[in-house]
Design a protein around this ligand. Sequence first.
Ligand code: HEM
Length: 179
Amino acid sequence: MSKESAPSRYHPVHVALHWLMFLLVVMMLGVGKFVMPGIPADSPQKPSMLQTHAYIGIFITLLLIVRIILYFTTQRPAPADAGNAFLNFVARAVHLLLYLLLIGMAVSGLGMFQQANLPAVFSGAAPYPADFFAYPPRMGHGLVSTLLVLLIVLHVGAALYHQFIRKDNLLSRMWFGKR
Ligand code: HEM
């Protein structure tokens, strides 16, 4: 492949990270929005559930760092054409925002981890906080998570639009194969 020609797909490690992160983030959003709030603060399940959440969140943060490095160091396919300039602009904005919102989830999550001294909560040395909203990053974590749900819906909708309405097989760019 010459330096000028863009590959037809993303780098295979980027593809693997995309799908692994998609699964983990959707699971975290679902559990964070619907399962965690239903467990009472005095339930013995509460700290272990939050511990799993926090450690998967930290794992997603590490994957995000690797993914951002790969974004700048591997060759990417040429920007996709959605058929008009406005949609092309929206696509670029959504992709940038997805990265920014994930950074926002990581920073606010780690902020709570530090402010609420979660390692001590997980080891049983400190009580489970009565209300995480006492810590300023909690508000950001909630707001950003709602925006993230909306953007993921837009992102999936756009992928399906390309696949089934424009029929340009855009999904193959985010799958494994010869580049
Ligand atoms: C991409 C990564 C993450 C996602 C998608 C995510 C998702 C969520 C969601 C959806 C909620 C409920 C928000 C609401 O609706 O108000 C939540 C709460 C929370 N998350 Fe995360 N999170 C992530 C990373 C982290 C990290 C890295 C930590 C800490 C190390 C963390 C700690 C917490 C805490 C302490 C709460 C509050 C629980 C409560 O109020 O009982 N999260 N998260």
